[in-house]
Design a protein around this ligand. Structure first.
Ligand code: AMP
Length: 727
């Protein structure tokens, strides 16, 4: 039954649980994780998403499906196991007294029905639901002490949020004092009320119009300076907000509360951290209580019985969506009765008693005009669809990756086709398929290239990819250099694609080490690829060149992990680079590492291990390392804070409730001694730590004969870095 199921194990005894995923699945999962983490960072930390919500959901969903099929992929640090969001340094952290959960998603009616059925079965009798709109804003938690607002916080990662009290005090409809009639003032303890802070559509449009007007003035101002009619500095353009939700999140997370005050935010409140504190027994009664206490509650709720009535609410909400003064991204269906909610409980990420029915992503059709072939940093040839500019989820797109030639063959899209596109996948939109009826008669599939479009060298097959392995290939060099200066690597600002391209063309850059032999004058004279009004090329200029040179200088201090990431070993993302740097400590140890040694490191499998070994087997790469060493780059880890890796080679699975730590914390501590922490039990598991309430994972451990430890033993391991001696 649903309430007994451990969240990350699906069907504890099915064979898939011990089937290792094929290489392309591992790679896809890794790609998805990186993209999702990156999207979360942009979304929650920077309030500047590059992905539409629907696209983000579809990526998260794809990863969930892969992890369901291959449970060994579902490591505890996977984004599917954690609530999105994090905590910015800008605000004081707030520990939520009770975790703030996310919601499970249903992407279509079938998934919604499956949840309704599951819930019905788990409860054992027909269930009454409270249907609400899913407000597209930013979660807030409001703490009241004897009826007075004392703190407001964001959701953050669910356990810790950010203190945004000063800002929320400027959201007009949040009561600073609760009405006496609700009785909340007499509550003996603090109460934490939760809901959504949103920006009404009209305010959002006004805000973006004001940003556009400011930008017009900035463009004018910059042009005056260029024309010599004014003195001063160029001003940067302001970025408009992508949607109401980000405008709300961005406005709530301002350093200056006056800005929040000017942004016209509003709230709909719908939850409380501890339901036992209010004198009601169901969600709909609770919503009425909230109103009485002085909160704004969304009026569009319906208490219903049965699948049909839930569907009707979803359809009605969708039909009225455009007429609402605020954005919604779906419907939330909640089990109404609090006691029934309690019996269903929570998974690691979300309550089992609620589901978010999300509206489908926007799909558009357009004509495919060309399939270009791009050469990446590691020489992989990527077909890219070029199509008529089309607005999808609020932004205009005209290119989309087709990933590789197998994918192109599978999708079978051809130049001239009417293709279906949506936004999915990092900044790059995705081609979903084509409309067969609209295919031009004369169309033919694109032939796989036999030579590299950049350097003309023959290409070879490498799994799903076509690859050019010429060391001289300019397209690869361009990508490698751009990667080296990127944020997770050396973080050198001010060297755009064009400048790097021109530096390659002028013979200034042959590899990344050349950055460290640059001088200000040479860089200042490089063309930026634009012409000035008088027709002469615009160059980088002394001011920018000095700034870039300072950053190049500073990049020598970037940590070892950044260098490792920057040199562009295939399959090594930033997290993997960090794990490798910690495990091996310096480049010399790493250059001598074998695949089995690499596989001891958390998160590293054979493919990644082989990529590392292959990379250092190439003499040119070893030479590169030597030259980086001479240039003064950091090639060893700062070991002062690193524990001996005494638990390397041991894999732990934690299950049930822990008293001393939360699970993520305990896993992190185990990892700091070099152990692996996994979300599912397999033959490879060394120990299962089972706290009270452990379910299917414990059973599976017993079936496979894996040693089971209690929390006391775990504490000892974490303190000493030693596993218990065998009996
Ligand atoms: P997601 O951010 O997609 O994980 O969806 C979960 C979020 O939906 C919650 O954290 C809330 O911030 C938000 N939400 C919006 N409206 C509601 C509602 N009526 N009930 C519960 N959560 C809601």
């Amino acid at each position: 039954m649903a309430q007994n199921q451990d969240s990350s194990v699906q069907g504890a005894f099915d064979l898939a649980a011990i089937t290792e995923p094929p290489q392309e699945v591992v790679e896809r999962a890794r790609e998805l994780r990186q993209t999702i983490e990156h999207a979360r960072e942009l979304y929650y930390q920077q309030d500047a998403p590059e992905l539409s919500d629907a696209a983000y959901d579809s990526l998260e969903r794809e990863l969930e499906n892969l992890e369901r099929e291959y449970p060994s992929l579902a490591t505890p640090d996977s984004p599917t196991q954690r609530v999105g969001g994090g905590v910015s340094q800008q605000f004081a952290p707030v520990q939520h007294a009770v975790r703030m959960y996310s919601l499970e998603d249903a992407m279509d009616l079938n998934e919604l029905d499956a949840w309704l059925e599951r819930t019905h079965a788990a409860v054992g009798h027909p269930v009454q639901y409270c249907c609400e709109l899913k407000i597209d804003g930013s979660s807030i938690a409001l703490t009241y002490d004897h009826g007075k607002l004392i703190r407001a916080a964001t959701r953050g990662d669910g356990a810790v949020g950010e203190d945004i009290t000063a800002n929320v005090l400027n959201v007009k409809d949040v009561p600073t004092e609760l009405s006496a009639a609700s009785g909340a003032g007499d509550f003996p303890n603090r109460i934490e009320i939760r809901g959504e802070c949103y920006m009404p559509k009209a305010s959002f449009n006004r805000l973006n119009a004001a940003i556009a007007a400011d930008n017009d003035e900035i463009i004018q101002h910059n042009a005056e300076i260029d024309a010599g009619n004014a003195t001063g500095r160029h001003m940067a353009l302001k970025k408009p907000f992508a949607n109401c939700r980000n405008a709300a999140a961005g406005s709530l997370r301002q350093k200056d509360p006056k800005i929040t005050a000017s942004r016209d935010l509003a709230t709909f409140i719908y939850a409380i951290a501890d339901q036992s504190m209010v004198p009601v027994a169901s969600q709909h009664e609770f919503l009425a209580w909230l109103k009485e206490a002085g909160f704004v509650v969304n009026p569009n709720i319906r208490v219903v019985n049965g699948e049909k009535a839930v569907h009707e609410f979803c359809a009605d909400a969708l039909a009225h969506r455009d007429g609402l003064g605020y954005d919604i991204d779906g419907v939330v269906v909640k089990v109404d009765d609090f006691a029934t909610q309690d019996s269903l409980g929570f998974t690691a990420k979300a309550p089992r008693w609620a589901i978010a029915f999300k509206y489908p992503p926007e799909e558009k059709t357009t004509i495919l005009r060309n399939i270009a072939v791009q050469v990446g940093r590691t020489g992989a040839l990527t077909p890219v669809a070029e199509f008529d500019p089309t607005t999808v989820d609020g932004s205009v797109i005209s290119r989309a990756t087709l990933h590789n030639f197998d994918e192109l063959a599978r999708k079978d899209v051809r130049i001239g086709d009417t293709i279906i596109i949506h936004k999915a996948g990092d900044v790059i939109p995705e081609v979903v398929g084509h409309v067969p009826e609209l295919r031009p008669k004369e169309s033919v599939p694109l032939q796989e290239p036999t030579t590299c479009p950049s350097c003309g060298s023959p290409v070879f097959r490498d799994g799903a990819f076509l690859r050019c392995d010429s060391a001289e290939c300019p397209a690869q060099l361009q990508e490698r250099l751009e990667h080296w200066v990127s944020r997770g690597a050396m973080d050198i600002d001010g060297l755009g694609t064009k400048v790097i391209e021109n530096m390659i063309a002028e013979g200034i850059l042959h590899d990344v080490v050349d950055f460290y032999h640059l001088d200000v004058e040479t860089l200042a004279n490089v063309s930026r690829g634009e012409l000035k009004k008088d027709g002469t090329p615009r160059t980088v200029g002394l001011t920018v060149a000095r700034k870039v040179m300072r950053q190049i200088e500073a990049s020598r201090q970037q940590p070892f992990a950044n260098v490792l990431f920057g040199i562009g070993i295939r399959n090594i993302g930033k997290t993997t680079a960090e794990a490798i740097a910690r495990a091996f400590g310096n480049i010399d140890a790493l250059m001598d590492a074998t695949v089995p040694q690499l596989c001891q490191v958390e998160g590293i499998g054979e493919i990644v291990g082989e990529s590392v070994v292959e990379f250092f087997e190439t003499q040119a790469n070893r030479d590169l390392v030597e030259r980086l060493r001479q240039a003064g780059l950091t090639l060893e880890e700062d070991m002062s804070e690193i524990k001996p890796q005494t638990l390397a080679g041991y894999t732990f699975v934690l299950t049930g409730t822990l008293e001393h730590y939360d699970r993520t914390q305990a896993e992190e501590l185990l990892r700091s001694w070099g152990a692996k922490a996994s979300g599912s039990v397999s033959k490879k598991t060394s120990f299962v730590v089972a706290g009270p309430g452990a379910g299917s994972k414990l059973v599976k451990a017993q079936t496979l004969g894996i040693p089971v430890l209690d929390e006391e033993a775990l504490v000892k391991i974490i303190e000493t870095g030693q596993v218990p001696a065998e009996d």
